[in-house]
Design a binder for this molecule. Structure first.
Ligand code: AMP
Ligand code: MG
Length: 324
């Protein structure tokens, strides 16, 4: 299995680029999560991505570019607003949804007349895009609906029987997916909260609209149940936690914010108390919790405060059942 791992050297990136140019798939590190990369202009390769992930055909892909120059030909019009956003946040975890040009295929956009574009802030991702010389689609490298990978080993875990190589870029810095913003004639709208916060966007855009956290988002594919661990997970308020643990007849794993005691057979995984730290380890912790094979996962609800907690709460509400 380990012979699928490519070191992030010029040679490793060169091998990966050749794979992509010849229609193959590659596991690619980014600063958000690991992506499953293919040539965005190769319909057969794009089709292979949907089949490998078992991704519904109505869930469009994000096209990854090295820079604004590579983005321009893919869109109908690149506005001053786009320049402002790219100037501030690219390369980085901000995806722009814009009206597409004829250069983007129907499969990539799931038939929409818009395309989602992002320039990743990771030397291996940008190295791979440049070495390939083409825009690259790269949805998260996991089976559809499951937890996104934040480490090369997670990609192998997700696809043990596939033969595509994985570039090892180490653990992802952000650990959750990009923020997606739709830019058209109206007020810009956040389709998915992510690593770029609403207040950072407002500094550039002024007005931005955003969905209520936990509701089905406006973006296609942002299903209410998503990013989920295998173990059934429940999101619980701090004041309910002790009582639930005392009552539970089955072993529970608690994801607690900061330290907490629990008597066996229950166990506790302590999560960081800051949003950045929490987001960085969230998906990895879901995988660790699954490995403990508890019957139930109880997640202590983080603060509803803004900043990056918005994106964390969005992912938790999709991964967990809410107790009411
Ligand atoms: P990911 O699965 O993290 O690569 O993110 C892909 C997501 O980007 C999709 O599930 C959609 O929510 C969003 N997306 C991609 N393309 C479009 C588009 N043309 N219009 C709106 N949302 C899009
Ligand atoms: Mg995904």
């Amino acid at each position: 299995m380990t012979d699928r791992v490519l070191q992030p050297t010029e040679e490793g990136i060169g091998i990966a680029a050749e794979r992509i140019r010849s229609g193959g798939l590659v596991g690619m590190p980014t600063e958000t999560v690991y992506g499953l990369a293919a040539d965005a202009g190769d319909e057969r390769a794009v089709g292979r991505i949907f089949a490998t992930k078992n991704r519904p055909a109505d869930n469009p892909l994000i096209v990854h570019v090295a820079d604004v120059e590579q983005a321009r030909p893919l869109v109908d019009a690149w506005s001053d607003t786009c320049d402002d956003l790219a100037g501030r946040f690219w390369p980085g975890p901000l995806t722009l949804v814009l009206r597409r040009s004829g250069q983007v295929g129907d499969l990539v956009t799931a038939g929409h007349d818009t395309v989602a574009l992002r320039s990743p802030d990771h030397p291996v991702a940008s190295g791979l895009i440049r070495a390939t010389g083409r825009p690259i689609v790269a949805p998260s490298a996991n089976r559809s609906g499951h937890v996104s990978p934040t480490d090369a080993a997670h990609v192998l875990q997700e696809f043990p029987d596939e033969d595509f190589p994985v570039l090892d870029g180490g653990p992802c810095v952000h650990g959750i997916e990009s923020t997606i913003v739709a830019i058209d004639d109206d007020v810009p709208f956040v389709l998915r909260p992510g690593a770029i916060t609403l207040s950072a966007l407002r500094e550039v855009l002024g007005r931005v609209e955003a969905p209520v956290i936990g509701e089905q988002g406006a973006a296609p594919g942002t299903a209410l149940h998503h990013y989920a661990p295998v173990t059934p997970a429940t999101l619980v308020r701090t004041d309910e936690l002790d009582e639930l643990l005392a009552e539970s007849e089955v072993p529970v794993v608690v994801l607690s914010i900061g330290p907490r005691e629990a008597d066996p057979p229950h166990s506790v995984i302590e999560m960081p108390e800051d949003a950045e730290g929490y987001a960085r380890v969230l998906y990895r912790t879901f995988r660790e919790a699954d490995a403990l094979r508890a019957s139930v996962l109880i997640v202590e609800m983080p603060p509803l405060a803004g900043g990056l907690w918005r994106a964390v709460n969005d992912r938790l509400r999709r991964a967990c059942v809410l107790r009411d």
